[in-house]
Design a protein around this ligand. Structure first.
Ligand SMILES: Cc1ncc(COP(=O)(O)O)c(C=O)c1O
Length: 371
């Protein structure tokens, strides 16, 4: 039977040929921690009291990184769940404070599709604000879409397609002026931006930021699933509470019931072992390799859509889909974006300089075939 599993697994593409994913090979320490916690269930924290304590410690570490050691939250299935829960908390809070019956949220045009799901599940209208020429959300456009039924504004710190960072400082002022929550989706950027040399204020140091999505299973090199949702204070988390009569705990604020402790353990282990200093080395290396990729692609005649801000790079080409298909046929995975038409690369820790060199040499052949 194990042979069957091994053989099926061979059909998957190895990470060493994947330049499109925001996930990566888990850190070896994460794998060990995962194994140690394999049977844990945080849905019943009275039984897994140690694992629950570890989750609180991890939330504290992430809070410290994001300028609020007192942040409250939990480790969830990923950025999608974190975004749903952030908007659900905002909706519940605003519903209580202001009688809103047709709620809406204002998100950047560049927001991840998880906000579509969020709107659908919660019955919240999703309004999309325009971007400026650098693909950052235009604060004026956001302001024009906010009305008395707006329950939250969303900013993205590390957009999925371009790795761009919205002007969160401006959104924070706007949210404070309107007295509404500001959720920052830093699913990807939350474990990149704090370690970059250039400063981009995006987290709880900005007074208007009320919640942040930050996923250890992306740049945190934890085992999947390990997403993160952090709230500025307990008031938001408490709006999510439901009673849990037959469990060891009396209430639950999570979306899922049964949930693994493996993400908590693996994320904690990586952060504890590497420390913020070690994480900075990882991010620095990804940025260095991303710069090599940009140099090599530019030498081949491609123009970046924006000067990469983090370890995501997109290059304009009308042949984006064709290139992606031909590369996939050769078991290389890249992705594409539609506006503008471009090919997209995410330089995760598994995308080493050697991977980039191998890719570029085969990409050269592909370009020859397409002409
Ligand atoms: C900015 C952003 N938010 C949310 C998500 C969704 O995360 P997940 O796939 O872990 O649910 C992603 C995924 O890439 C993302 O880039």
């Amino acid at each position: 039977m194990l042979d069957e599993l091994r053989s099926i697994r061979q059909e998957d593409i190895s990470y060493s040929r994947v330049l499109s994913s925001m996930c990566t090979i888990p850190h070896p320490t994460a794998v060990k921690a995962h194994e140690l916690f394999i049977e844990t269930n945080l849905g019943d924290p009275g039984i897994f009291a140690g694992t629950w304590k570890l989750e609180q410690k991890l939330i504290g570490m992430l809070g410290e990184l994001l300028h609020n050691p007192n942040a409250k939250g939990y480790i969830c299935s990923g950025g999608t769940e974190a975004n749903i829960q952030a908007i659900r908390a905002a909706r519940n809070l605003m519903r209580r404070e202001r009688k809103i019956d047709r709620p809406n949220i204002v998100v950047p045009e560049s927001a991840h599709f998880s906000f579509e799901k969020t709107g659908d599940i919660l019955g919240v209208e999703v309004r999309r604000a325009e971007l400026d020429e650098e693909y950052r959300v235009d604060a004026g456009s956001v302001e024009s879409l906010v009305d008395e039924n707006t329950i939250a504004v969303v900013g993205i710190a590390g957009t999925t397609e371009l790795g761009q960072i919205d002007p969160i400082e401006e959104l924070s002022r706007l949210a404070l002026d309107f007295g509404i929550p500001l959720h920052v989706d830093a699913a990807f950027g939350g474990l990149v931006i704090p370690f970059m040399d250039k400063l981009y204020p995006f987290d709880f140091e900005l007074e208007g930021v009320t919640s942040i999505t930050v996923d250890p299973h992306k740049m945190g090199m934890a085992t999947i699933p390990a997403g993160g949702i952090l709230f500025r204070d307990e008031e938001f988390l408490n709006t999510l509470i439901v009673e849990t009569p037959y469990l060891t705990s009396r209430h639950q604020y999570t979306l899922t019931g049964t949930r693994p402790g493996t993400g908590v353990a693996s994320a904690y282990a990586v952060l504890k072992q590497l420390g913020f200093e070690g994480m900075k080395h990882i991010v620095d290396e990804c940025l260095r390799v991303a710069a090599i990729l940009v140099e090599d692609m530019t030498a081949l005649g491609f123009e970046p859509v924006i000067e990469p801000v983090m370890n995501v790079a997109c290059f304009k080409t009308e042949k984006a889909e064709k290139i992606k298909e031909e590369l996939y046929r050769r078991r290389w995975v890249i992705s594409t974006i539609r506006n503008p038409r471009a090919i997209r690369f995410v330089v995760m820790p598994h995308v080493t300089e050697e991977v980039v060199k191998n890719f570029i040499s085969e990409f050269n052949e592909v370009l020859g075939c397409l002409d």
